[in-house]
Design a protein around this ligand. Structure first.
Ligand SMILES: *Cc1c(COP(=O)(O)O)cnc(C)c1O
Length: 481
């Protein structure tokens, strides 16, 4: 199957090469030339792993042995039955994506990506090692490290913003074990780290290097594609619970940063799943809310640090894929992205904005709003959610109140509340005591929900990766690996 750059239809790769390369050589993202025929009704009949197999085989046909890769990726790694359960909380379904090895939704994709990469490497007879470079706003880094640790033929290097992630997130990364892993803090924010990684790719393009560079960010189609599965799984869970019948449309509300998760929902819809509106929920960094409401994307604004750090993003890379998929106009996308780079903003044509608004709705809430939601959801339903999920819940409520749309609504829950215990405790009316680890135990006593095993063990683990560098030192750092 042919993939090409969002910025130029002439830069083409098959799916295996697209996964190996990550980013296209013109800076664009790989998109399928056309989506395959897909039997979405049949897909709904299987287990979560069957669904993943069907979807990934359809989208990445040049990667062989998909059933085996899926089995290796997920077997025994998730604490929940059937990977990603949807639970009923008040009027909404909550799609719990955080039962994987690092308690973040990114595990769903990052358990799978190493399998896809190694299989693609073998299929292509590639000899050199792959070096995965990743910038993280908190969760990607750990999920990628855990997914790639000790995978043969692959090394991984993760950069995170110094002081820009929670204590628990930092502890997860700096204690990472594995013979092929590097973790380093960068003085700056997430966008600095992400820009640094993009610059390294640009500087190394076409050079003879001991390692071939690739990415675990959702710019890689091999990272994005595995996320489509849980929209199907959630739909099926709603059917099994008697909340919908086959063919009914379901709205999904997605706490959004890089626009990867919600784009996977859009791809699920394109594959046939009856998805109604996709709600894009942001925190105080509401660049996407403004974009979806007005058609103007403007990154020239301050980046706020919030209690939902994985959404503290000004440049949402995967939006580029949506712009392409909706217009199939590579020249338009190239010119918009050039504007974004040079001027810091762009405005899409009226007709494209209308198409976007027919399928997407957007809202945001600040930390105070998210705290109110966490408090209310705990008080009314006894359910503890994390600050990212809370922003989704708030958007979903506002949407229903404003539109009266009464189709079934699923809020994607992207992180375990135990990753952000301080913010959660305050929100549910408790005084957080001690450090992040004490707070986890405190939250456990109050909520009665077990602390995930991977987090409970962190306190006593040795710190192995404590380096901090400037954002201009990243290239040199990588060349030394
Ligand atoms: C990464 C992340 C998000 C945002 O997902 P995108 O695919 O970047 O939009 C939301 N919540 C949590 C907890 C995350 O880790």
């Amino acid at each position: 199957m042919i993939y090409h750059s969002t910025r130029s239809k002439t830069i083409c790769r098959d799916s295996a090469d697209a996964v190996l390369e990550g980013l296209a050589s013109d800076g664009g993202l790989y998109v399928p030339e056309r989506l395959p025929e897909f039997d979405w009704k049949k897909c709904l009949q299987g287990s979560a792993m069957d669904m993943a197999t069907d979807i990934l085989s359809a989208l990445l046909p040049e990667i062989p042995d998909m059933p085996e890769l899926v089995r290796r990726a997920y077997t025994g790694k998730f604490a929940a039955q059937d990977l990603t359960p949807t639970v009923s909380v008040g009027n909404f379904g909550v799609l719990e994506l955080f039962h994987g090895p690092t308690s973040a939704f990114k595990d769903v994709a990052l358990c799978m990506l190493p399998q896809l990469l190694t299989a693609a490497r073998t299929a292509k007879g590639m000899k050199e090692n792959i070096l995965i470079l990743t910038a993280t706003s908190g969760d990607t880094g750990k999920a990628a490290l855990e997914g790639f640790k000790d995978v043969e033929g692959i090394k991984i290097c993760v950069f995170y913003p110094d002081g820009g992630v929670s204590q628990v997130q930092r502890a997860q990364m700096v204690t990472q074990e594995g013979s092929n892993v590097t973790v380093c803090a960068v003085r700056g924010n997430f966008d600095d780290a992400q820009t640094g990684v993009k610059n390294i790719f640009a500087a190394c393009r076409g050079k003879e290097l001991p390692n071939s560079l690739s990415s675990a960010n959702s710019i890689n189609i091999g990272r994005l594609a595995p996320q489509i599965m849980y929209y199907f799984k959630s739909y099926r869970d709603l059917m099994d619970a008697g909340k919908i019948k086959l063919g009914d449309e379901v709205n999904f509300c997605v706490p959004t940063g890089n626009f990867g998760d919600i784009l996977a929902g859009y791809l699920a819809k394109k594959l046939g799943l009856p998805v109604g509106m996709l709600l894009c929920a942001s925190n105080a960094n509401n660049v996407l809310t403004d974009f979806i409401r007005t058609g103007t994307y403007d990154r020239k604004r301050p980046l706020y640090k919030t209690t939902s750090p994985s959404m503290d993003i000004l440049v949402s890379s995967n939006l580029e894929r949506l712009l392409y998929l909706m217009t199939e106009d590579d020249a338009l996308v190239a010119s918009l992205m050039e504007k974004l780079n040079k001027e810091g903003s762009y405005t899409v044509p009226e007709s494209l904005l209308a198409d976007i608004q027919a399928q997407f709705w957007a809202d945001y809430c600040d930390d105070e709003g998210a705290a109110k939601v966490m408090g209310k959801v705990f008080k009314e339903y006894g359910y503890v959610c994390d600050p990212h999920t809370a922003s989704g819940w708030a958007a979903a409520e506002n949407y229903v109140n404003q539109t009266g749309d009464n189709r079934a609504m699923v809020v994607l829950s992207t992180a375990s509340p135990y990753k952000f215990p301080e913010a959660v405790l305050k929100a549910i009316g408790e005084e957080p005591a001690g450090d992040g680890f004490d707070q986890m135990e405190q939250l456990c006593r109050i909520s009665g929900v077990d602390i995930p095993k991977n987090l409970a063990g962190l306190r006593t683990k040795e710190e192995r990766h404590t380096g901090v560098i400037g954002k201009d030192e990243m290239l040199e750092f990588v060349l030394g690996l």
